[in-house]
Design a protein around this ligand. Structure first.
Ligand SMILES: [Zn+2]
Length: 155
């Protein structure tokens, strides 16, 4: 049968923990093992309180104008992560946000083209597009003005 630890708790009760085999004390009360416990507690504490590795607060903003910029950020983050200069949680969040940013950047050229088209076309009250005054090319889209090529429709 395993023996119980012969040491006593601070309140005087018997420890009650199993003694180490061949010894009269448990690992927690054995002075020879005390350093092990201290070391384990210290390591645990250090891991918990270790400040997350992040870039200094005066790091300039990274450009995000193009997908190439975002790719550069990702590459830089991966390198820093591998060197232990970037906390994995920060790297994870960066990766997620970068993927959102890449999708947004894919949308931007489309939106810019639509906006450009909207400056060239005017939506009239009939829901038809007509060329605005900004359009320098010959008019090809005619609103229903009753003139020009639409005249035949009125007969
Ligand atoms: Zn004990």
């Amino acid at each position: 049968m395993d023996k119980k630890c012969q040491s006593r708790k601070k309140n005087g009760d018997a420890c009650g923990a199993d003694a180490q085999s061949g010894r009269a004390l448990c690992v927690f009360h054995d002075p020879a093992r005390a350093n092990d416990g201290r070391r384990a507690r210290r390591t645990g504490g250090l891991n918990r309180t270790r400040i997350a590795a992040v870039l200094p607060s005066d790091t300039p903003d990274h450009p995000f104008g193009s997908s190439k910029d975002v790719c550069n950020l990702l590459g830089d983050s991966i390198n820093r992560l591998r060197r232990g200069e970037l906390d994995p949680r920060v790297a994870n969040a960066t990766g997620y946000l970068a993927s959102v940013l890449l999708r947004a950047l894919e949308q931007c050229p489309l939106e810019e083209r639509v906006a450009k088209l909207e400056t060239l076309l005017v939506l009239d009250s009939n829901g038809s597009f007509s060329a605005s005054d900004n359009l320098s090319i010959p008019r090809k889209i005619h609103p229903r003005t009753g003139s020009g090529s639409n005249q035949g429709d009125d007969r």
